[in-house]
Design a protein around this ligand. Structure first.
Ligand code: ZN
Length: 320
């Protein structure tokens, strides 16, 4: 299988901004793009192949035609495509939410659970997000606080800055605040339990639905320690500066600053996702050459072997 260059599905919402239109050049008929699903086989928003024999097909269709081997040995036992990568532009704040773990999600929603991680690309001065609870609270009191519209008093609001890495295991309460632009890597799932939406109207003028019971079932009410520094130190390797950001059994994220020619490879263990956050360059793999620019999303099949990224680029690299 060739290396695939992908085009995202984009989504507008009541909180979305315009940076994915003005800075990344993504197209929409709406007045905002809140989310661009850059690497996705999810039915709610697939990524589309732009090049080669699969041009115009979804990533999922290309993988089905080639067989699951292109996902790599690490994904051999997983029922579907393991991850979903998004760019998110929050002009306004998002609802406070929580996602179930695999066991609950499969039992109740027939979906995967959702553990996710955010790489903060930009944040307005004073921008905050919600990260868990700030004090110990019982499940009953938590559920009561939602019903009484007092849940804001128990939420842990924290400041973030560009370069921060926020790991959100399933069960962790969270919300992206206004003025935050980020890349998100998550399990491929779209199950969200909304806890609080600041009492604002949705698109149809009515408040969006809350999911108080399910949220109370799955929420983790231990007070988290909020350390948002990348887990690894920057390392100069094969012609780039590479930093391990965070990871879990579903994915591993790295930031990559390329200045010149960077060499790496896609092993039989996992496919590689490269998401270009800034700059320009080229990817070479065997006979294939692909242009890279801000917003390019590349899927390199497992077992593809050596490839070179050439140029001046900032990239989010994800492996499973
Ligand atoms: Zn979430």
């Amino acid at each position: 299988m060739e290396v695939l260059l992908l085009k995202p599905t984009v989504k507008d919402t009541i909180w979305g901004g315009t940076r994915l239109i003005s800075e990344f050049g993504f197209e929409t008929k709406e007045d905002n793009i809140a989310e661009a699903w850059m690497l996705s086989c999810h039915k709610d928003g697939p990524a589309y192949v732009q090049n080669g024999v699969y041009a115009g097909k979804t990533l999922n269709e290309a993988i089905e035609a080639e067989g699951k081997g292109v996902l790599g040995a690490n994904n051999a036992d997983r029922p579907d495509f393991p991850i979903l990568i998004k760019l998110i532009d929050a002009k306004e704040k998002l609802s406070v939410q929580v996602h179930p773990g695999d066991e609950y999600a499969r039992r109740v929603e027939n979906e995967n659970g959702k553990t996710e991680a955010w790489y903060i690309l930009d944040a307005a001065p004073g921008a905050q997000l919600v990260y868990g609870v700030k004090r110990k609270i019982s499940r009953k009191a938590f559920s009561e606080s939602i019903r009484r519209k007092e849940v804001e008093t128990v939420l842990n609001f924290v400041n973030v800055k560009p370069g921060d890495v926020v790991f959100i295991p399933s069960g962790m309460l969270h919300a992206i605040g206004a003025g935050i632009f980020l890349a998100e890597v998550q399990q491929s799932s779209n199950t969200t339990y909304r806890v609080y939406d600041y009492d604002r109207p949705g698109k149809d003028g009515k408040p969006r639905e809350l999911h108080i019971e399910k949220a109370t079932d799955v929420v983790d009410l231990t007070v988290p320690s909020a350390d948002f520094t990348p887990q690894g130190e920057p390392m100069i390797t094969n012609g780039a500066e590479k930093t391990y950001l965070t990871g879990c059994r579903y994915f591993k994220m790295y930031s990559l600053n390329v200045n010149g020619a960077y060499e790496d490879s896609a092993s039989y263990e996992s496919f590689v996702s490269l998401l270009v956050l800034s700059g320009e360059g080229e990817l070479r793999c065997g006979e294939q050459k692909l242009p890279l620019a801000k917003g390019s999303s590349v899927f390199i099949p497992a077992g593809k072997g050596a490839y070179t990224v050439d140029g001046t680029l900032e990239i989010l690299e994800t492996r499973t």
